[in-house]
Design a protein around this ligand. Structure first.
Ligand code: AMP
Length: 420
C-alpha cells in the first residue's frame, strides 16, 4: 500500500486565514493611502533578483542569510531579503531621467533564512520607500515624519522613535585615528550591542585607552547638545537642522541614540529606528536613513534615503494593543426556499450585486433553517427569503438577522429596503 506523506507548511512561513487577510488588507490600504498622501508612488519589482545585487550591496556574508538558487540556465539568483537594493536597481536601469525628487514606495514579500520566532519569519512583508534626489534637512525630516505618521495613523499607539547619525560616528572614529576600512567591523559590533568586543577591537587597533573611554561615553549621548560637547563637525550642525525640521513637521517625541548604526556599510548621515515596546524581543518596527547605493549599481550619483517597516510586526503590535479591526460582513444572503425558487433567487442576488451590495446565495440547496444558520455564521446583516407564496405576489421576505424581524416587500422595492 502506498504510504501517505503529510505535507506541512515550510518552517518560518505562514498561511493567512480570511480573517487575518482582512486585517492585513485593511492595514495595507491605509498604508497606501498615507504614502500617496505624502506624494509617494508605488512600485513593484520581482520576487527574485540576480544574487549579485545583494552581494554587491551587503557582501558575500549575506549568502548565509538568504535563499539562493540556480535556475535552469545556471544563473545565480536569490529571493529578495529586502527591497531597497531592487528598487535602486530599478531606478538605475529605468528611472534615472525622471524628475526629482522621486518618491517611491513598495509593499512586498521578503525572504530571509532567519531563525523563526514570533515577529521573525522566513517569509515576511516589508513596507517601505525610497526618496531619491533631495539632500536637504527638510527632506530627511519629512522622511522620518512619514515613517512615524504611517505607524501612528495605522493605529499603533505606543511607538518610540530614535535618531542617530553615522557621519558623526564616522567623524569621531576618524578623529581617534581609525581608518575607514576598519569601520565596518566596528559598526557591526555596535549594531549587535557587543560593546566589550568593541572595546577590545579598538584596543587592537591601537586606539589610546582614554579615547576608547571617550568613544564609549559618546555612544551613550542622548541629546544633541551632549554630542556637540564631544565633537564639532558640520555633520552635527546638519543633524541639528534635521531635528529642528522634524519638530516643525510636528514630532517632538524622539530620542537621540548614537548607537544606531544600521549594521550595513552603505548607510551614512541620518539614521533612525522605530520600536514598538509591546513587541518585546522583536520590537523593531522600522529602520532607515540616508544611504549610498546608486553609484555601486552603476548609476549617476544622487542623494538617496529610505526606510523599511516590518509589516507583520506592525500587525502584531496592533493586535497586542487591542486595535479593533473591521470584519467582513455579507449585506444580504438570499435563500430560495425550494429548487423552484432558485431562478428567481439568482435574479435577485444578481440585481443586488450589480448595485454594489455584498450579496450571496445558497448554493447547496439547503432548507430554510440550515440556510439561516449559515447566514448568521457568515455574519449576514439581512437575509432575503424567496418563497412560492410571496413570489406569486411578486414579493420576498426580508429578515433582519440581528433582531430576527421579518417584513414582506415587493421585489421591485427590495433594493431600497436592503440598503437601509
Ligand atoms: P531591515 O531591512 O533588516 O532593516 O528590516 C526592516 C524591518 O523589517 C525590521 O525593522 C523588522 O520590522 C522587519 N523584519 C526584518 N526581518 C524580519 C523577519 N525575518 N521577519 C519579520 N520582520 C522582519
Amino acid at each position: 500500500m502506498e504510504e501517505k506523506t503529510n505535507i506541512n507548511i515550510p518552517r518560518g512561513t505562514r498561511d493567512f486565514s480570511p480573517d487575518e487577510m482582512l486585517k492585513r488588507r485593511h492595514v495595507e490600504d491605509r498604508i497606501r493611502n498615507i504614502f500617496q498622501n505624502f506624494g509617494y508612488r508605488e512600485v513593484q519589482t520581482p520576487t527574485f533578483e540576480h544574487l549579485e545585487l545583494f552581494t554587491l550591496k551587503s557582501g558575500e556574508e549575506i549568502i548565509e542569510e538568504i535563499y539562493v538558487f540556480k535556475d535552469k540556465g545556471n544563473r545565480d539568483l536569490a529571493l529578495r531579503p529586502e527591497l531597497t537594493a531592487p528598487v535602486i536597481r530599478f531606478y538605475v536601469e529605468k528611472m534615472q531621467m525622471e524628475s526629482k525628487p522621486l518618491k517611491l514606495f513598495y509593499i512586498g514579500n521578503c525572504y530571509r533564512y532567519d531563525r523563526p520566532q514570533r515577529g521573525r519569519y522566513r517569509e515576511f512583508t516589508q513596507v517601505g520607500c525610497e526618496l531619491i534626489g533631495p539632500d536637504t534637512p527638510e527632506a530627511y525630516a519629512e522622511l522620518i515624519y512619514l515613517a512615524y505618521t504611517l505607524l501612528k495613523n495605522i493605529g499603533i499607539k505606543n511607538i518610540v522613535l530614535r535618531l542617530g547619525n553615522l557621519d558623526i560616528v564616522y567623524a569621531f572614529l576618524e578623529n581617534m585615528g581609525v581608518r575607514r576600512n576598519q569601520f565596518r567591523e566596528l559598526m557591526h559590533l555596535i549594531d549587535k550591542s557587543r560593546f566589550y568586543e568593541l572595546e577590545k577591537k579598538l584596543y587592537e587597533m591601537r586606539v589610546a585607552k582614554n579615547k576608547i573611554k571617550m568613544f564609549k561615553e559618546f555612544l551613550k549621548c542622548d541629546n544633541i547638545n551632549k554630542v556637540e560637547e564631544f565633537i564639532e563637525t558640520t555633520a552635527v550642525k546638519r543633524f541639528k537642522e534635521v531635528v529642528d525640521f522634524l519638530k516643525i513637521f510636528g514630532i517632538n517625541e524622539f530620542e537621540i541614540d548614537m548607537k544606531i548604526v544600521r549594521g550595513l556599510d552603505y548607510y551614512k548621515g541620518v539614521v533612525f529606528e522605530i520600536d514598538a515596546p509591546i513587541l518585546g524581543a522583536e520590537k523593531q518596527l522600522c529602520g532607515g536613513g540616508e544611504y549610498e547605493l546608486v553609484p555601486l549599481f552603476g548609476g549617476k550619483e544622487v542623494s538617496t534615503a529610505g526606510f523599511a517597516i516590518g509589516f507583520d510586526r506592525a500587525i502584531i503590535a496592533l493586535e497586542e494593543e487591542g486595535y479593533s479591526f473591521p470584519e467582513q460582513k455579507i449585506d444580504v444572503y438570499v435563500i430560495p426556499v425550494n429548487e423552484k425558487m432558485l431562478k428567481n433567487a439568482i435574479k435577485i442576488v444578481n440585481m443586488l450585486r450589480e448595485n454594489n451590495i455584498a450579496a450571496d446565495i445558497d448554493l447547496m440547496r439547503r432548507g430554510l433553517t440550515k440556510s439561516l444558520k449559515y447566514a448568521s455564521s457568515v455574519k449576514a446583516k439581512k437575509t432575503v427569503i424567496v418563497g412560492p407564496k410571496e413570489s406569486e405576489k411578486k414579493c420576498v421576505i426580508i429578515r433582519d438577522m440581528s433582531s430576527g424581524k421579518q417584513v414582506e416587500v415587493k421585489t421591485k422595492d427590495l433594493l431600497s429596503k436592503t440598503k437601509m
